[in-house]
Design a protein around this ligand. Sequence first.
Ligand code: GDP
Length: 366
Amino acid sequence: MEHPENSEEYKGLTVNKGIEQPSAINPYLKSFKRPKRRQFTPGEYVEGILKGDVTVLSQAVTLVESVKPEHQTLAQEVIEKCLPYAGNSIRVGISGVPGSGKSTSIDVFGLHVLEEKGGKLAVLAIDPSSERSKGSILGDKTRMEKLSVHPDAFIRPSPSAGSLGGVARKTRETIILCEAAGFDKIFVETVGVGQSETAVHSMVDFFLLIQLAGTGDELQGIKRGIMEMADGIVINKADGDNVEKAKLAATHFRNALHLFPAPESGWTPEVMTYSGFYGIGIKEIWDMVYRYVDFVKANGYFEHRRNEQAKYWMYETINEHLRDSFYNNPEIASLLEVQEREVLDGKATSFAAARKLLDLYFNQKK
Ligand code: GDP
């Protein structure tokens, strides 16, 4: 087609015909194949992990995250072998809505605990939205400038494939690998939007909720369930003109917490203000976390919570596999469509339709 700018109407705007761009790729390179990395044996993975080799650890985490059945089998073997060396850490869940300052805070929190307590820190994430966006917004190295270059820190973005339950299970398994590799501090970050908090809460020893001072009605926006999970609530951005507002918000949160039944741990959740950006109040927060750990280790709740979590994950894993096995079954998938239509058209009740599908499934298994 004639370019419109070459028309009589636009005299003086003649556009020359372009020339074909030569290929920038050396044709001889096409035949070059990158040699495939040899797959480690389970024993080699475990050996590398126990030595604290971060490259091997990363590769093992990639296995955990893989959906390929052969990777899954290998991953399970590695996890099982690592299990006796795991558990020796403090696991802290950190949650807050986007913009609450999680990245800024985790960078500062991480540096603080490494400086004060030594050891090694792994930062993991659970991001339910990553499934949709096919990329994780959490755990991105560039968001934690200082930690990402710290020799004793390991940052891993959220696993991205699958359901929230699946994503969370992978993060929980990654915790085991990190602990076996000598990471004695684990942060699990999540974006504060609901369900994912429950998942994080079920794998950490301390749940820290980051909040912001708002217009005075910030309590309305936060779900009761999430507040009940918190072992500590910290109001970020308590700097400049915002200090008084943050203090007021802290008072509101303290008052609200009084209305909840006393937590099973016997620990009264504390509320503090801080500024991640200016590094104000960081030590106080981590003194609180370690005070909590001492407290629950002394009263037995620390062990109790971890045991309950282990049980929870056993059931979660069973549920996840049953669900996958059912929904990934091709015969079920086609009957599902038919039955859904029948229910929508009022030709079958929900229960009858469900029964039919389950019967098909279980008869297949016989
Ligand atoms: P995230 O989305 O929760 O990870 O939040 P970010 O850490 O990316 O922070 C969101 C914005 O808040 C950024 O522009 C930060 O610079 C700013 N911010 C974070 N912490 C503070 C703080 O303590 N004080 C102030 N004034 N701003 C902060």
